[in-house]
Design a protein. Structure first.
Length: 482
């Protein structure tokens, strides 16, 4: 098998080859390492490669699970592996070794996935691009002048470039869905409580964050959801178990749905022609299947929501940074934190318990509003972002030259991700699908959100779009097959 042949397979397909003894885990691991060597000098997406993961003794000991032998990479945030570095894009935590596995990571490894290394993330996941002082700028394989998004941009770049069929991602305000849209991938943010965030992350930013994967195929998304879902001891959130496996949902028909859509932003910034065209192409495909399409928007006080999100995010950041600084005996200051992180940290230190509870009360109001909305509609369809992947020089810098406040920074991050963060607050599932591309071949994602706990509808929907508006044949200019 050569790299071009390897990159044609998704994780499900590679696992089938391993089970059929048509290829060995070592052959696949060696191919993935060759892929990293081929493309990462241009993408700057991989922080570290684990040298032992291509060794025969390690690979001979793989669990006999549904991902046995499948190469993967893990985001350097939210996915801790005991005994390995987890630096989270920050000088403050440079050199830090994880002392326990995260549950989400352990479940994928227990299914036989071979994690070959770590991918880049912005400092503590605070940006919609992937850049940091310790790793530099990560670039998009579709256009090296564009960002792959953030904060899971390193993982997205490697999956899009064909290096691995899947990589871990996390989403606290769009950090899985934005890189999926910018890089032409499938990016699901599952319901709150579907996959454990712990044990190291406690509630995961008051339940805002969701740990999952980025994939090229919908069936890989379903497979990983089957592997990773289910409670762990001490989980703070509960959710009903799925009715059937998510892989079974791939073959289930979509019921006729009442579909709402938004093509205006919740904020004043305009939606690009490409993002609007992608939305309406998806709606046209749904309408052709007999679904009822209506323009409708949940009524949210967006300014109050942005402020509440800033309060909750910065309060959690301050707590996390203080804990990490105490653990490592380091000081959070301008030498260990980027400017954007430092101002958010300092603001977080000023937030009172009452202010945090007020922000959570705003969240509760949003939750009830969106919950009532999904009592009337089965699905809400929106642009994933205001624009396709921006040029790197057009995007905000994590170390801006001029002064910036925490409110300014959070507003900048929110602007292009304004459709996404609502569903982190509500805990509802939402998925980005690469159903469109610009005239110059840049992927454009569309977001589909459903009621709490209903990933099944999104998996069925994604399978429909994968057939109706296929993306499997598209490959970026920077790819292991080129």
């Amino acid at each position: 098998m050569n790299l071009s042949e390897y990159a044609m397979y998704d994780a499900t397909g590679l696992a089938a080859l391993v089970r059929g003894k048509q290829v060995t885990p070592k052959e696949l691991a060696d191919l993935a390492i060759r892929g990293i060597d081929l493309v990462d000098a241009r993408l700057n997406a991989v922080l570290e490669v684990y040298p032992d993961r291509t060794d025969t003794p390690y690979l001979d000991g793989l669990p006999d699970g549904p991902l046995r032998g499948v190469p993967a990479l893990k985001k350097d945030l939210a996915f801790a592996e005991a005994g390995q570095l987890i630096e989270m894009g920050s000088q403050l935590t440079k050199g830090m070794i994880a002392d326990t596995d995260s549950t989400a990571f352990a479940r994928l490894r227990g299914a036989g996935a071979v994690f070959l290394g770590r991918t880049a993330t912005p400092e503590y996941g605070l940006a919609g691009t992937t850049e940091s002082r310790i790793s530099g700028i990560t670039r998009n394989p579709w256009d090296l002048n564009r960002t792959p998004g953030g904060s899971s941009g390193g993982s997205a770049a490697m999956v899009a470039a064909g290096v691995v069929p899947m990589a871990t991602a996390s989403d606290g305000g769009g950090s899985t869905r934005t890189p999926a849209a910018y890089c032409g991938l499938v990016g699901l943010k599952q319901s709150r409580g579907r996959i454990p965030a712990g044990p190291g992350r406690s509630e995961g930013n008051n339940g805002l964050s969701a740990s999952f994967v980025l994939t090229r195929s919908v069936r890989d998304c379903a497979l990983c959801l089957d592997i990773m879902n289910g409670p762990a001891e001490g989980d703070p959130y509960g959710i009903a178990a799925p009715v059937r496996s998510y892989r079974e949902e791939l073959e289930q028909p979509l019921p006729k749905m009442r579909v709402a859509y938004m093509d205006q932003a919740w904020i004043e910034s305009p939606v690009s022609e490409s993002s609007r065209a992608a939305l309406h192409a998806a709606l046209k495909a749904l309408e052709a299947e007999g679904h009822v399409i209506e323009e409708a928007t949940p009524t949210i006080d967006i300014e109050a929501f942005i402020m509440a999100t800033t309060v909750v995010a910065c309060a959690n950041l301050a707590r996390d940074i203080d804990g990490l600084a105490d653990r490592l005996g380091r000081k959070p200051d301008e030498t260990t934190l980027q400017t954007s992180t430092q101002v958010c940290y300092q603001y977080g230190k000023t937030i009172s318990a009452v202010a945090l509870l007020d922000a959570l009360a705003v969240f509760n109001g949003v939750n009830r509003c969106v919950g009532q909305f999904f009592g009337r509609y089965d699905l809400l369809v929106t642009p994933n972002n205001l624009t396709p992947a921006p040029l790197i020089e057009e995007y905000y810098r994590c170390d801006p030259a001029g002064p910036i406040t925490a409110e300014d920074w959070q507003a900048q991050v929110f602007e292009n991700d304004s459709y996404l963060a609502t569903f982190n607050t509500t805990g509802s599932p939402a998925i980005s699908l690469p159903v469109f591309e610009t005239n110059d071949g840049i992927p454009v994602g569309v977001q589909f959100a459903s009621r709490f706990g209903d990933e099944a509808t999104l998996i069925r929907l994604a399978a429909f779009f994968e057939r109706a508006m296929p993306w499997a044949g598209r490959t970026p200019p920077v790819h292991v097959s080129n």
